[in-house]
Structure formats: structure tokens, C-alpha cells
Design a protein around this ligand. Structure first.
Ligand code: B12
Length: 222
């Protein structure tokens, strides 16, 4: 089966709340030689985008979407890329969905990819306040905070974090990465909320975090 066919079948499994079938499809894709990253970009991602459209077109309920998203999350965990050989040598980073945001799937994907790329990821979960994110970043000496938001309303809550970082004189020590579907639709929002940069997906997040770390430390991480 090619990635497109696998994605179609995965979508059907998610809609039918068939966790076992979804897991088997991912195993099949990985066994067939499709790389972990490609399973996410070419199989899982298109299925989730279609799922989103079905919901937007009101062809499925919030509850159905919730269950389907849970299955997508399980599926995602099966696609974790291999750990970098020199794991966690790039330094500490803090990530979380900003206050009032509960769209965990994207954030978790980013965390898994960053961890596999060698970052020591402190994932604070959903609905995290600006204060909590900054407190943790100071505690673990992180030079990047990654704030995730999926909705226009919650994205604006990131402004509080920008303000706190600046007020405490940490502008040059802690950089603010922002991301989530809403930033992909409205790239101008990155500047509006005070982000230092954004990445369209989990695969590009490592490059962004490395660039931001270099801005802080003035050196290229190994
Ligand atoms: C799944 C989903 C849900 C699930 C979430 C389940 C979960 N465990 O995550 C549930 C059912 C809980 C949900 C709830 C709601 N949702 Co919703 N949801 C979605 C949906 C369909 C998909 C989001 C998703 O998971 N995408 C897949 C992931 C892998 O992609 P991603 O999130 O974009 O993440 C990638 C990148 O953006 C990037 N990234 C993400 N974060 C970060 C962070 C950093 C630092 C970086 C660098 C990169 C990065 O990397 C990720 C991986 O590649 C979207 C529609 C859509 N098309 O996006 C609506 C959507 C986001 N939801 C929406 C709404 C309105 C809601 C609700 C208010 C619905 C309601 N009436 O209750 C609630 C609000 C909950 C809340 N307060 O947060 C709206 C937002 C509208 C807007 N313009 O603001 C959307 C756009 C749907 C719509 N068009 O109406 N939702």
C-alpha cells in the first residue's frame, strides 16, 4: 500500500474509533520501509487534516473528533523517530500549550521530534500559564520556550509570555518559539504575539530551536 492508501485507511480507522486497525496500519507502513518522519508527514498528517475538515463541515461531532484525535495521538507515539545517538546534548527547552489551549497533538509531536533530535524537552502539557513556562525555563536554564496555540484567541495569550520575558530582562537569554495551525494560516500573528520565530511542523522545529539557541549563545550546538 502506498502512503496515500494507508492514509485513507487510517482516516477510516480513526473515524470508526478502531484503535487496533490504526496501530496495525502504522506498523505496516514502518515495516514497508516508510521512514518515521514520512509516516507522520504522508500518512498521519493528511488523515488529521481530513479529519479537521470533516469536523469543520459538521460531518462529525466534537465527541467523535475527540476519540479520533486520541487514536491519532496513539498512532503518533508509534511513529517516534529513533533517538539521536548523542541524546540530550543540545540543551534544555521548555514547551507547552499556552493558557486556555488544549490542542495537545501538535505540541506532543513537536516534543517527540525535539527529543529525538537531542534536546532535553520539558513538556508542561496543556493550558500552561506564561508564569509557569518562564519559571520552568529559568529553573532548567532553557534558552528557548516553545509555546503552542491552535486558536486565534489562545494565540493572543502568548503576548503575556513575551511581556514577562522582556520585563524580567531575559530578552537576550530566553527566545520565544511559537507554533500551531493558526500561525500557519496567519504568519503575521508570529510578530503580533511577540514570537522570535516559528516552524510549520515538528520536523522543522529542530532547525528553529537551533537557530534561536545560536542567537542566545552565539555558537552552533553540536
Ligand atoms: C483535533 C482538534 C481538536 C481536538 C484536540 C485533541 C488533541 N488531543 O489535540 C479537540 C476535540 C479536543 C478540540 C477542541 C476544540 N477545538 Co479544535 N481542532 C482540532 C483540529 C481538527 C486539528 C488540530 C490538530 O490536532 N492538528 C494536527 C497537529 C499534528 O497539527 P498542528 O496542531 O497544526 O501542529 C503542528 C504544527 O502546527 C506545529 N506546531 C504545533 N505547535 C507548535 C509549537 C511550536 C513552538 C512550533 C515551533 C511548532 C508547533 O508542529 C505540529 C506538528 O507538525 C483543528 C483544525 C485544524 N485544521 O487544525 C481544530 C481547531 C483548531 N479547533 C477549533 C476549535 C474552535 C475548538 C473548540 C473551541 C471546539 C469547541 N466548540 O469546544 C475546542 C477548544 C479546546 C481548547 N480550548 O483548546 C478551531 C479553532 C478556530 C480558530 N480560528 O481559532 C479549529 C481550527 C477548527 C475550526 N476550524 O473550527 N479540537
Amino acid at each position: 500500500m502506498n502512503p496515500h492508501e494507508l492514509s485513507e485507511k487510517l482516516l477510516a480507522a480513526m473515524i470508526n474509533a478502531d484503535r487496533t486497525a490504526a496501530a496495525a496500519l502504522i506498523e505496516q507502513a514502518l515495516a514497508g520501509g516508510i521512514g518515521h518522519g514520512q509516516v507522520i508527514t504522508d500518512v498521519l498528517d493528511p488523515a488529521i487534516v481530513r479529519l479537521g475538515r470533516l469536523w469543520e463541515d459538521q460531518e462529525m461531532s466534537l465527541a467523535q473528533n475527540f476519540v479520533a484525535s486520541k487514536i491519532a495521538e496513539d498512532t503518533l507515539l508509534r511513529c517516534i523517530p529513533d533517538k539521536a545517538e548523542n541524546s540530550h546534548t543540545k540543551g534544555a527547552v521548555v514547551i507547552g500549550n499556552i493558557e486556555d489551549d488544549f490542542h495537545s497533538l501538535g505540541r506532543k509531536t513537536v516534543g517527540l521530534f525535539l527529543s529525538a533530535a537531542g534536546w532535553d524537552v520539558h513538556d508542561l502539557g496543556n493550558d500552561v500559564t506564561a508564569e509557569e513556562l518562564l519559571k520552568k525555563a529559568v529553573e532548567v536554564d532553557a534558552c528557548v520556550i516553545g509555546a503552542s496555540a491552535m486558536m486565534q484567541t489562545t494565540a493572543l495569550n502568548i503576548r503575556k509570555l513575551r511581556q514577562l520575558i522582556d520585563e524580567r530582562g531575559l530578552t537576550d537569554r530566553i527566545k520565544l518559539a511559537v507554533g500551531g495551525a493558526v500561525f500557519n494560516w496567519r504568519p503575521d500573528l508570529v510578530a503580533e504575539v511577540g514570537g522570535d520565530g516559528s516552524a510549520r511542523n515538528a520536523i522543522e522545529a529542530d532547525g528553529l530551536f537551533m537557530r534561536l539557541q545560536t542567537e542566545v549563545r552565539g555558537e552552533v550546538p553540536t
